[in-house]
Write a new protein. Structure first.
Length: 408
């Protein structure tokens, strides 16, 4: 059986590089899909939420404020409801949704809650549109707010020509009558026929807009409603730089704050890049450190090389390497004398003198007697022994080469 050796690799370097690249790209794609899949789905679905462009949606309100230069955005974080530093939060309740969804919330001022008025059916051919809409019954709407306001009344009245608001007399044009709320626990901000179009809850510290037609996409098609919506926003804000947020979490668009997304967000992205760089360096080092797999070797190796290796190992274990110089010198002397045909009757001094006449070492310039004097002494260590024996071995090879050339 042969000695231990490396078997041929079944893959070329190019194939391995392609496999590693495909694996890295696939792993990265899995991470992206795991962390950002909810962010990639289409949010323009029909409904009463800020992303919807349908009739009862509020995306038109977002675009109106953007075009007017207001700092507006859609909020997908539940923390914005309770712990945002400042800003006007507008919460649009879904149809048939109970206001109880806000029961456990310590809503941060200023917050405007918009009651629902319409329900609809999504067009099966176009998910961003409503196939049809219908007015929610007042009794159904009353049951959705009675947890907070047990004695509340939901009224549908004829639309007046103008309403008196804190920001002046304004005209409004909602569809299918004006929806109002009336309850003893609410403070009326904009009153119509003894009920509130806009009310304030002093216990929970939020405002209520009873008729969504004044800010939904269908209602904003009328200039009067658009003007009222902008004036109401200005009234509720403390400062012209105060941001406006429309909540989307109650409609199922909550953004999850998972660890994977956090890794690629400030301030943690720097640590992530350092970790990726360390992984690349480890992979690069491993690609040079490890080669093809080693074949299984015999327990006891055969051949001259194995004998030489074992003998060298024994000498190393015995720590007698530095004392091998005189023996190596005697071996080279005998072999060279035999190879050049020197008489056997010559003494060691005569052989040394003859070897000196053969010329010096081409690299160091030293003749045989000089190298002989160094090798007769114990070497200082392994490196010293190697340097001296290599010089003698190189000189012997040069002598034999010249001798053969002269014979030819």
């Amino acid at each position: 059986m042969s000695d231990t050796s490396a078997s041929a690799s079944p893959f070329s370097a190019r194939v391995v590089a392609v496999l590693i690249a495909v694996a890295a790209i696939s792993f990265g794609a899995v991470l992206v899909m795991a962390g950002w899949a909810p962010e990639m789905r289409d949010r323009n679905q029909a409904g009463a939420h800020p992303y919807s462009t349908s009739a009862i949606g509020y995306n038109g309100f977002v675009r109106l404020l953007e075009s007017a230069g207001y700092p507006v955005e859609v909020s997908r974080l539940e923390s914005d409801l309770d712990t945002r530093p400042w800003g006007l939060m507008i919460i649009t309740l879904p149809p048939y949704s109970s206001i109880i969804a806000l029961e456990d919330r310590a809503l941060t001022p200023t917050t405007l809650v918009v009651l629902p008025k319409w329900s609809g059916w999504t067009d099966p051919l176009n998910a961003s549109r409503q196939a049809d809409t219908r007015l929610i019954e007042a009794e159904d709407l009353k049951s959705s707010v009675e947890r907070f306001y047990p004695d509340a009344e939901i009224l549908r009245v004829k639309v007046p020509k103008t309403v008196e608001a804190p920001f002046g007399s304004v005209a409004i044009k909602p569809d299918e009558g004006l929806q109002l709320i009336k309850d003893a626990g609410l403070e009326t901000v904009i009153e119509v026929d003894g009920a509130a179009l806009v009310a304030y809850d002093p216990v929970r510290s939020f405002y209520i807009l009873s008729d969504p037609d004044l800010i939904n996409t269908f209602g904003l098609a009328r200039r009067e409603n658009a003007r009222f919506a902008v004036q109401l926003v200005d009234f509720l804000r403390y400062d012209s730089d105060e941001p406006i947020l429309l909540d989307a979490t109650l409609h199922g668009f909550q953004r999850t704050e998972n660890l994977l997304k956090m890794m690629f967000s400030a301030p943690y992205i720097g640590v992530t890049f350092v970790g990726l760089a360390a992984a690349l360096l480890l992979g690069w080092a491993a690609s040079f450190r490890f080669g093809p797999p080693m074949t299984e070797a015999r327990a006891i190796a055969l051949g001259k090389q194995a004998l030489a290796d074992n003998s060298a190992g024994l000498v190393t274990m015995a720590r007698r390497e530095a004392r091998m110089a005189p023996g190596f010198l005697a071996l080279v002397r005998r072999r060279l004398a035999r190879e050049i045909g020197a008489p056997r009757t010559l003494t060691e001094a005569q052989v040394s003198a003859m070897f000196d006449r053969l010329g010096p070492d081409p690299e160091t310039g030293r003749v045989f007697s000089q190298m002989e004097a160094e090798l007769k002494q114990t070497a200082a260590g392994r490196d010293d022994l190697l340097a001296k024996t290599r010089a003698l071995y190189r000189w012997r090879k040069e002598v034999i080469r010249r001798t053969l050339n002269e014979r030819d």
